[in-house]
Structure formats: C-alpha cells, structure tokens
Ligand binder design. Structure first.
Ligand SMILES: [Zn+2]
Length: 346
C-alpha cells in the first residue's frame, strides 16, 4: 500500500477543530442567501475568498475575521444542527473516527438562543453522528481571552452541566498577544476542581512563556499549537518530562504567519525530541484543508515516514479526552488497520 493510500485509510483523530471555522462554503452561501445575511448577490467563488485563507494572513486578526460570516449564520438551532452534522459527515469521509469539536457558545446568542440550547443542539448532532455516521466525538467549550473572567466562569458552569453528556473540556482561545492566560485563572481552577479537562491555545503566535503559564497557572493538560515552544529550553524540557501533548495544526500556523513555511515548522523536531505531538486541522474551511491534506504536507515538507505517521496517530488516541471505552474502540480500529497493512505489504 502506498503512503497516500495509508493516509487516506488509516483511522485518524482530530483533537483541535473549531466548528465555526469548518463550515462548508456551499452551506454558508445557501443559508446566507436564504436569510438575507449577504448585502449583495455573490457566487460561491467570491464567498470562498471571504471565508478561506488562501496562503498567508498579515496577522491573527485577519485570520480571525474569516469567522465573522460563519458565526452570523450559526444563530438558530436548525443551522447549528446542520453545520455540526455536515462537519461530522466530512470528517468521517476522511476516516476521522474521533473528533473533538470546539466552539464558543456565547458567540451564538444573537438569534435569542440560550447558551444551553446552543450546546444541546451541537450535542444532539454529535449524538446523531455517533449513532448514524459511526463517528465518535466530544465537545470542547471555548472561553475567549478577550471576554470577561465572569463570562469564562459561566462557560465552566455550562461545561459542568453537560460534562456527562458530551462536553469533555474547556479551552482558552483568541488574541494571545493582548490577553495573557492568567486573566482566566479562576475559570480554569474551577474546571480542574470539577474534573473538567483543560486545553489552552498557547505559544501560537510568538509568546512562548504562555505555554508554561497555561500549564502551571491554568492547569492545561494539553496545549493548542505550542508552535513557539522551541524558543525556550525550559518549556521544551517541561513538555517532554510531563508528557504534555501539543495539538499541532500546521496549515493554520502557515496561514497566521506563526511559521514562514511548512518546511520551517518545528513539528518534526518536537516529535524527534519525544514531545507528544498530535496532528489536527484547526479550521477545515478557514485554513482550506482537511486531515489527510495535513498529513500530506507533513510527508512532503517535514519528511514524515510511516513510523512518524503511526506515532502521531497513536498520540491522537492516547491524548484525547475520549472515554476509556471510546479509546479502546479507537485502538481496536487502528491496530486492525496496522495489522492488515502489514499483511498486504508482506
Ligand atoms: Zn484553534
């Protein structure tokens, strides 16, 4: 079996995928047209340019602006259910067997929905995905750095309410430059007290000290991106010694100019230094990618071989916030693929 075929068929996970960054452009156009959200008639081509980053942005802000239109259409239960189901359909087509979807519930209240309704709608689409599409999933609720600490605590309380029903964790996302992690320490302490998992976007766009702050002050169990960990030896050492996983999303890092190119990304260095690296999409639409494409970039620009692919895939299962039962299902699926691949190749 050639490597392209392996990348297609190997059972995969995606631990870092923003729902609002992963809407089908066709769906955005369909809903925006029906609900008169667009100010003028545009075709799919033009819309794609509005919601995708093709190449590089000048700043993280320019990248984040791509979410404005998708969020505008995600203000009703019907639309939120549709886009979540479609994301799960798209993921299973790429042989993602387990996905952790994340989003900020307070971004979806403009249509008078309550945060509980927003979360329950996503959870019911995830339940549909598990029962009808054969894709396992968990939900991560994002606290936005620029929001008040009080709102962050509300997100934690919502995560607690839905913890046994599919919400696994909280996340801290948004502008890392102007809002350091410690602003939200109370929320993350509370989440830890409640036994809710924690992941934090840190060291994505240059500030490497946010990585250790997120782990030591906010008790992050995983780090979103961690691209700039290499800037600080202490950070690297800590990640290795404490086996803190990194949710790496290389195309997104190229888009935001966190790295100059795919080739210059530190992912292979991290993997070779035994950091728990996982491979993820971040935003399927905004970054104009998918999980198979991300692996292809790693093969092309980072010299990933089958051994590396297996390692990050196994890390994805082991570092997930999935239940033990789901992890066992994932492992069974993964090892049966690996054993069959050996049988084909021998
Ligand atoms: Zn992200």
């Amino acid at each position: 079996m050639n490597l392209d075929k392996i990348l297609e068929l190997i059972p995969k996970t995606d631990l870092h995928c923003h729902l609002d960054g992963s809407l089908r452009p066709e769906t955005i156009l369909d809903i925006a047209s029906k609900e008169n959200i667009l100010t003028s008639d545009i075709d799919l081509n033009t819309l794609e340019k509005q919601v995708k980053v093709l190449g590089k942005c000048n700043s993280l802000k320019q990248y984040l602006d791509k979410f404005n239109l998708p969020i505008k259409i995600m203000q009703s239960e019907k639309n939120i259910y549709r886009v979540t189901t479609e994301l799960l359909e798209d993921a299973i087509k790429k042989n993602i067997k387990y996905i952790e979807i994340r989003f900020a519930p307070f971004n979806h209240l403009a249509g008078n929905l309550k945060p509980e309704q927003v979360i329950e709608t996503v959870l019911s689409a995830m339940d549909y995905g598990r029962k009808n599409l054969g894709i396992m999933s968990n939900l991560i609720l994002c606290i936005l750095r620029q929001e008040s600490p009080q709102l962050g605590i509300k997100v934690v309380e919502l995560a607690k309410k839905y913890f046994s029903r599919g919400v696994a964790a909280i996340d801290l996302a948004g502008d890392e430059t102007n809002f350091p992690p410690e602003i939200h320490s109370e929320s993350f302490n509370l989440a830890r007290k409640y036994g809710i998992h924690r992941t934090i976007h840190a060291g994505e766009t240059g500030i490497s000290e946010n990585i250790l702050k997120s782990i030591k002050i906010l008790h992050a169990e995983r780090i979103g991106h961690g691209t700039y960990a290499y800037k600080d030896k202490e950070t690297l050492k800590y990640l290795i010694e404490h086996e803190i996983p990194l949710e790496v999303c290389i195309t997104s890092n190229v888009n935001t100019s966190a790295v100059n190119s795919y080739r210059e990304h530190p992912i292979k260095k991290y993997l070779d230094e035994d950091i728990m690296v996982t491979v993820n999409t971040d935003n399927i639409t905004v970054s104009n990618t998918d999980i198979i494409q991300e692996f292809k970039y790693l093969v092309k620009y980072q010299n990933f071989d089958f051994k590396d692919i297996k390692k990050v895939t196994e890390n994805g299962i082991n570092c997930s916030f999935a239940s033990e039962e789901d992890k066992n299902n994932l492992r069974n699926d993964y090892y049966s693929f690996i054993n069959n691949t050996k049988a084909i190749d021998s």
